[in-house]
Every structure is written in C-alpha cells, then in structure tokens.
Design a protein around this ligand. Structure first.
Ligand SMILES: [Zn+2]
Length: 143
C-alpha cells in the first residue's frame, strides 16, 4: 500500500432497509421510511418505526425542502476527493425527518442556521447523493 491509497468514503453496501432510499436517489426522489401504523416519517430507514415500534413500514416521497438546523464548516481535509472548505449540515426536512448532508452551490461562509435549502442530486461513483443548495439558488436556476 502506498500513501496514495485513499479508499472511498462511499465504499459501503446499503442494508436491506436503506437500499430503497439510495434507489430513490437514483431516480432523483428523496424519500423517507413511513410507518403504516402511526404515519411517522423517519430517516434512516430501519427494521421498525422509532416512534411506535411497528414493523409495518413503507416509504413516502418528500418535497426535498427544508431548513438548516445546524452546520459546521470543514477546513481540515480528510480525503483527497473532498477539498476544503465544505459544509456538513443537519437539515430539518419540511415533512419532519432530519438528514445530514452537504450544503453546496454557495460560499461556506454564507451558510446559516435556519437557511431554507432544497435537495440537488449529484452522482458520486456508484451512488447518487442528496446534497442541498440554498433555496434561493435553486429558484433562480428554475428561471
Ligand atoms: Zn409508527
């Protein structure tokens, strides 16, 4: 092994519970696990509803819109495929579930808690990732 060996941070195998989420991302659909017993929406998907413990689960497509609940700006590089600075954020999705992702399409210094964001899908190797951009930037791209 040389010092140039950098295994991909995305070299993982989705579980039978999380695979539907990643398959939906390939279709550019952000979806949450849904509980057929109590209607709770949650991420990541798992074997039971974290609210009522029912195993009667489905999936529901989300709007892809939300707000930044918390964030940090990474200034230390941990992998050559991820040049700094970049933003890791906890996103409170409009429908309730929370998701950790990157904020892209803006200067890291412009990111703020409470900022409205919308999903933008990006291919990374064999995965399609749900990244987020400021909602204003997404709106201007629609024009
Ligand atoms: Zn439930």
């Amino acid at each position: 092994m040389t010092s140039d060996f950098h295994p991909s941070p995305l070299a993982f195998e989705p579980s039978k519970f999380t695979r539907p989420f990643w398959d939906a991302c390939r279709r550019h659909v952000l979806q949450a696990a849904s509980c057929n017993a109590c209607s709770h929406l949650f991420l990541p998907a798992g074997p039971v509803c974290p609210q009522c413990w029912s195993a009667d689960l489905g999936a529901e497509a989300l709007s892809g819109r939300g707000e930044i609940a918390a964030f940090t700006i990474y200034r230390q590089a941990y992998h050559p495929d991820y040049p700094v600075p970049y933003v890791i954020a906890l996103i409170a999705l409009k429908e309730g579930p929370r998701l950790i992702s990157n904020i892209v399409g803006c200067a890291p210094e412009s990111v703020a808690s409470g900022m409205s964001v919308t999903v933008r899908f990006a291919s990374r190797g064999e995965f399609v990732l749900p990244l987020f951009v400021p909602a204003m930037a997404e709106d201007s791209n629609d024009a």
